[in-house]
Design a binder for this molecule. Structure first.
Ligand code: GLN
Length: 465
């Protein structure tokens, strides 16, 4: 049986009906050739054990939408006893002694973990090219990048190597690779999903989320991972109220700052047409501080990165260069040798923006801009229910095309970083294709209104299919 084209919903039904077992599914996905290098590691032994356990639970009459369902996990989310590299030499052999809260929840739901997926080193990047383990290929065109940083998760879902995957999103890392690979990605509201057990990049922006084949599956996984967690003080009490939005009553805001001439023209036209096809009430809105978003984002993230990366000194765990003569030399060797170029670039940038004399001019200013950007959205949401924008200004680019020009790479994040700065939830989903390359669209909602986004997206999905 070809399980690779099936959704969680379909697999779950088959498991409940006894059409196949979780062990069948798990074997199938584990043995499927990973021809896009989506995985850093596959977890054969533990996955088979988890599948057997799930089959037992099903046999004893237990039911659950995720019971026995195989999933992949971005390799910056900890699973107890399983290597978690963050795609860095610095953590090449690191084995965490605990489960991330999302993993704990999914284990209880009966999920089988197939493997750990590739990412940009410590989630810093937009192409998965900064991974210590090499680049992942885009299943739609293997000469192109899958996006990033959750490129492995998006490519694994798009090429049928798993039915769903976890990712993390600090400035677009779930939404952009989902758009590049033609799948669905949800970046939940900041605080809705616990970050405990996620290797921190920029803690005030990081959020764990889901990449799946369709909106319904994305919702199923999201519903089993959200909620307050004592281990993450920024996590919030959350209640997901299922709603069925009436499309004819929806008011959609289209921010004029997100349809700029600099973006790919074919992409712009496809998105404009896709919005027209929805036949919904659309109004133009303005988010005037958008032009400052990238600068603020890269200052805030680099500042937080420089602080979060401080613990990787090679003394306690991870990569260690034993040839060091003394402590200072060991810092140079371990941090200089353990991190790749992009991580080092951000540590240096962030150390500068936090240093005495510059902190007020850069970091403090960026925080003020962040506040204004959030306010832009809150003002806009006074008159609209949802906001629709592109996910990326460009189609997936060729491997190697932009990696040597960090600034050009950073500019690609323009439509996604604002959402993280404002802490909002947003879903990325495919709306069309040009020359076989997917076009992604972003649906943004108010804080903690994932239910509204998902309900609308399910209806839009039928139109765009
Ligand atoms: N591309 C963005 C960056 O490099 C986003 C990364 C992310 O969301 N983890 O910062």
């Amino acid at each position: 049986m070809d399980y690779s084209s099936m959704t969680i919903k379909e697999l779950s039904r088959g498991l409940s009906n006894g059409d196949f077992s979780s062990l069948d599914l798990t074997n199938y996905f584990l043995n499927k050739e990973d021809d896009v290098s989506a995985y850093i590691s596959k977890l054969k032994k533990s996955a088979l054990e988890q599948a057997k356990e799930a089959d037992e639970r099903i046999k004893s009459g237990e039911r659950g939408e995720l019971l026995g369902i195989p999933m992949a996990v971005k390799d910056n989310i900890m699973i107890k006893g399983v290597k978690c590299t963050s795609a860095s030499l610095a953590l090449k052999d690191y084995i965490p002694p605990y489960d991330a809260t999302v993993i704990k929840k999914l284990k209880e739901a009966g999920v089988v973990f197939l493997g750990k997926t590739n990412l940009d080193e410590f989630a810093m990047g937009s192409s998965t090219e900064s991974s210590y383990f090499g680049v992942t290929l885009n299943p739609c065109d293997k000469t192109r990048v899958p996006g990033g940083s959750s490129g492995g998760s998006a490519a694994a879902v798009a090429s049928g190597l798993t039915v769903s995957a976890l990712g993390s999103d600090t400035g677009g890392s779930i939404r952009q690779p989902a758009a590049f690979c033609g799948v669905v990605g949800l970046k939940p509201t900041y605080g809705s999903v616990s970050r405990y057990g996620l290797a921190a990049m920029a803690s005030s922006l990081d959020q764990i989320g889901v990449i799946s084949k369709n909106v319904e599956d994305t919702e199923i996984v999201f519903k089993s991972i959200f909620g307050r967690d004592v281990m993450d003080s920024t996590s919030a009490d959350y209640s997901f109220n299922d709603i069925d939005v009436d499309k004819s009553k929806l008011k959609i805001g289209i921010p004029k700052e997100y349809f700029v001439d600099g973006m790919d023209q074919a992409m712009k036209e496809e998105i404009e047409q896709s919005i027209k096809d929805l036949d919904v009430d659309v109004v133009e809105i303005s988010l005037p501080h958008t032009k400052y978003a990238l600068s603020a984002y890269y200052i805030i993230t680099s500042s937080e990165v420089s602080s979060n990366m401080g613990k990787y000194d090679g003394l306690r765990y991870g990569f260690s260069d034993n040839s060091a003569k003394d402590l200072i030399d060991s810092y140079f060797k371990n941090r200089g040798g353990g991190f790749g170029k992009e991580v080092k670039r951000r540590i240096i940038l962030g150390t500068h923006t936090l240093s005495a004399g510059y902190k007020d001019a850069y970091y403090q200013k960026a925080l003020e801009v962040r506040h204004l950007i959030r306010q832009d959205f809150l003002d806009a949401f006074k008159s609209v229910d949802l906001i629709i924008t592109p996910v990326s200004p460009s189609f997936p680019f060729k491997i190697g095309e932009k990696i040597t020009d960090p600034l050009e790479m950073y500019l690609l994040d323009i439509f996604t970083v604002t959402i993280n700065l404002a802490g909002l939830p947003a879903l990325s989903m495919p709306c069309s294709k040009v020359n076989n390359l997917p076009v992604g669209i972003q649906i943004i909602g108010k804080h903690f209104e994932e239910a509204k986004i998902l309900s609308a997206a399910k209806q839009f999905e039928k139109i765009w299919k």
